[in-house]
Design a protein around this ligand. Structure first.
Ligand code: SF4
Length: 190
């Protein structure tokens, strides 16, 4: 037998909850059905978009419910053969990627030697990354090694992430190999 120490407030709360459950059961209420109905109201008239969880290499399927261009609910995709509707605790809270106040919505740049992040626009960011990648590659490009053509750079490395899909990974590998990058890795393999 399990002993419980309850104060008056906890006791009243508990007996109230028990009475409510009994009353619901006696009235012929099906708790599970009632819960399913509440969930239905929440996602009524939402647009559903299937996607893949970006957190790890398992790649669980997620359904994203949006209303007026805002994410209102996310849940495991029951039709996805990987997770069949189930999600781990990280996947369950994936909506926070969109709703969190800490989410970055603009590119931030920290200049070499600086301790400050500054907002930059996407065009500036993309152009700067491209220019610096090209400069680093050209300055380190090795055409031949011991008489053998190698066409490589050892000053750039690429690390793919689980959020990349097949097509993105293919393009990234093509780009990196085109530049002569030999340190080509993927998070899911490490
Ligand atoms: S839901 Fe969990 S297990 Fe599934 S991909 Fe996301 S992080 Fe990985």
């Amino acid at each position: 037998m399990v002993e419980m120490n309850l104060n008056r407030r906890q006791f009243l709360k508990l007996s109230g909850a028990a009475a409510a459950t009994l009353a619901i059961a006696e009235l012929g209420f099906n708790e599970k059905q009632a819960y399913a109905k509440t969930k239905e109201f929440k996602i009524a008239r939402t647009k559903i978009t299937p996607t893949i969880c970006c957190y790890c290499g398992v790649g669980c399927g997620i359904l994203v419910h949006t209303k007026n261009n805002t994410v209102v609910y996310t849940e495991g995709d029951p039709d996805n053969p990987i997770n069949e509707g189930k999600l781990c605790s990280k996947g369950t809270t994936i909506r926070q990627l969109y709703t969190s106040e800490k989410r970055l919505t603009k590119p931030l740049y920290r200049a070499p030697g600086s301790s400050k992040w500054v907002e930059k626009d996407w065009d500036w960011m993309m152009e700067t990354i491209a220019k610096r990648t090209k400069a680093a590659r050209d300055a380190s490009f090795i055409e031949k090694e011991n008489g053998v053509t190698v066409n490589k750079t050892e000053r750039i490395a690429s690390l793919g992430g689980a959020a990349l899909d097949n097509e993105e990974t293919y393009l990234l590998a093509k780009l990196m190999r085109g530049l002569g990058v030999v340190y080509l890795e993927h998070q899911a393999r490490i």
